[in-house]
Design a protein around this ligand. Structure first.
Ligand SMILES: CC(C)(COP(=O)(O)OP(=O)(O)OC[C@H]1O[C@@H](n2cnc3c(N)ncnc32)[C@H](O)[C@@H]1OP(=O)(O)O)[C@@H](O)C(=O)NCCC(=O)NCCS
Length: 200
C-alpha cells in the first residue's frame, strides 16, 4: 500500500493542498460542507442505535454537534473531507459522505452514514460515486480505501457496487480491533468512468 503514501503526505501538508470543489450536485443529492443548521438533523441520525451500530454507537446531541463542527472545520482547513449529504427535493441533511484521511495511515478513505429512513434508495451509492469522482479528479491519490466490519453487509454491498475490491484487513480500527479494507484503484475508477460517461 505504499503507492499512495507520499501523495497523501503531500496532501496533508497545509500550504499546497488541493481543494475539492463544492457544492457537488448529483441527480438527487447535494454534497456540501456542514453548517450549524445541520446540527439538529444530524443529531437525530447519530442518536439512532441501528444507524450508528458500526460507527461507534449512538452519540449525544452535544457529541453530534461536535462532529458537525469537526467535519465543517476539517473540510475548510484541509480543502477536502466528509460532506453533508442533502436531499435536493427538500434540502434535508440525511447524513455524511466523502473522503478523509484514514486514521493512523497515510491513505485516504471513503466514509458514509445515512439516516435510516433513506436507506435502500441508492443514496449511499450515489453520494459515494460522486465522492470518488471528486477524490480522483482533485486529489493526487492512486487509490481510495474504505474500512468496513465484516457483518456490515449493506456497506459491503455499497462498496462492491462502487467497484471497490477486498484488500485484506486493517488493525487498530476504532471501535473494534480490526476491519476489512477495501480499495479502488485509480485505473479501475478511470476504466469504469470511460465505460459509463465518456470522459474520465
Ligand atoms: C451503509 C449505508 C450507508 C447504506 O446506505 P444506502 O443508501 O441504503 O445504500 P444503497 O441504497 O446505495 O445500497 C444498499 C445496498 O445494500 C443492500 N443491503 C441492504 N441491507 C443489506 C443487508 N443486510 N445485507 C445485504 N445487503 C443489504 C441493498 O439491497 C442495496 O443493494 P442493491 O442496490 O444491490 O439492492 C446505510 O445502511 C447506513 O448509513 N448504515 C449505517 C452507517 C454505516 O454502517 N456506515 C458505513 C460504515 S463502513
Amino acid at each position: 500500500m505504499n503507492d499512495v503514501s507520499s501523495a497523501v503526505e503531500a496532501l496533508c501538508g497545509t500550504s499546497a493542498s488541493p481543494r475539492i470543489p463544492v457544492p457537488c450536485l448529483t441527480a438527487r443529492l447535494e454534497l456540501r460542507p456542514f453548517c450549524e443548521e445541520d446540527i439538529g438533523k444530524f443529531s437525530k441520525v447519530m442518536a439512532d442505535q441501528l444507524a450508528t451500530q458500526f460507527i461507534g454507537g449512538p452519540k449525544s446531541p452535544a457529541a453530534a454537534a461536535d462532529s458537525v463542527r469537526y467535519m465543517r472545520d476539517a473540510f475548510i482547513d484541509r480543502g477536502w473531507g466528509t460532506l453533508a449529504v442533502v436531499q435536493r427535493s427538500d434540502n434535508a441533511c440525511i447524513g455524511y459522505c466523502g473522503v478523509r484521511p484514514l486514521q493512523n495511515t497515510p491513505y485516504v478513505e471513503l466514509a458514509f452514514a445515512l439516516e435510516r429512513m433513506s436507506w435502500n434508495c441508492g443514496y449511499a451509492t450515489e453520494a459515494s460515486e460522486a465522492s470518488l469522482d471528486l477524490a480522483f479528479r482533485h486529489l493526487p491519490v492512486d487509490s481510495v480505501f474504505a474500512t468496513v466490519y465484516s457483518d456490515n453487509r449493506a456497506s459491503i454491498r455499497v462498496l462492491t457496487k462502487l467497484g471497490m475490491s477486498p484488500h485484506g484487513s486493517i488493525f487498530g480500527a476504532w471501535p473494534r480491533s480490526s476491519a476489512l479494507l477495501y480499495r479502488l484503484e485509480r485505473s479501475v475508477w478511470q476504466a469504469s468512468r470511460c465505460k459509463g460517461n465518456g470522459e474520465p
